[in-house]
Design a protein around this ligand. Sequence first.
Ligand code: M6R
Length: 369
Amino acid sequence: EKGGWSSFMAKEISEEPEAISKTLLGRIVDGAVRLSELDVLGEGALANIDRVVILGCGTASYSGMLGKYAIEKWARIPVDVELSHEFRYRDPVINDRTLVVSISQSGETMDTLMAVKYAVAAGAKTLSICNTQGATIARESDAAIYTHAGPEVAVASTKAFVAQVAALYLFGLHLAQVRGTLSPEEISGLLGELQALPDQLATVLEQHDAITQLAGWMTDTRSVLFLGRHAGYPVALEGALKLKELAYIHAEGFAAGELKHGPIALIEPGQPVFVIVPSPRAKDSLHKKVVSNIQEIRARGARILAIAEQGDAAVLPYADLVIPIPLASTLFEPLLAVAPLQIFAMELAAAKGLDVDQPRNLAKSVTVE
Ligand code: M6R
């Protein structure tokens, strides 16, 4: 069943381009989004919501953060992202104008299921983004957008994450369509970029061997930090989660802007830091700011492992290693930047002789609260 791969996780990472294209398949028609599964919500339902709350745990909560960035930018609706298990215990403000979007690969995560039930009881509209046909969370929700990543067997979530992000982006563009916050030309342009991602991601996966080599050098490492900003921040959090989960190494992800508010004190000579570098082409100053973060930590002895846009010369003088990714707009970069971190965690775990598919103490689906 592993199809010649050493683990299910390796196989599932190799399936990521397909997971994205299958999730988009049939849902883009003539340069517009067509999500017929939302019809059950009734005409006008999405035009009337005034807030979105996204719920998920672990990796699903990080795809949720990207969903927030996309929905707020494209559809101009306020979005909160919350861990499912925190949500219902703090008396959250939700009502019939709130759309609660739950994200779950398995569709059986008890924390998320209970949060969805709470949202239903409070009168919110509910939408599930789920990878498993007919799963409980999807059945409990008013509507479901299935990701078509195919079965994910390895405990560590990989292809489901990129499929969730693709589904959330489709949904964000659908909302923008319904609410008229983007022009049809803008929507069709963004959908075109989304459709280009599977091929771009396939080229990133070709760097597997170089990343394996890096992991092989780092088997004695005790701590790894991950820095990202804007769309790179959830990628940093996901990179750290993968490393903890698989290689049992202390890892933490930070928003790069937060460094000077505390975490920079952790930097000592030799500390490895992965940095997800924003594109130098983006019309904001984030590239410059992150490069200056790199300079600051490099001056204190950090070893910089940069994931940066192809041809980004500014990082070269300060990086010990650069993993290049193809050119993409800011919100699409995470779909290209996350795979190297998944591969790194997997190969480091393998190099330490650990069980990549079934890490200790973890279950694929957490069905207790
Ligand atoms: O099935 P779900 O998407 O609801 O699972 C949520 C988390 O338990 C899951 O993403 C977990 O964090 C993964 N093991 C991470 O790789």
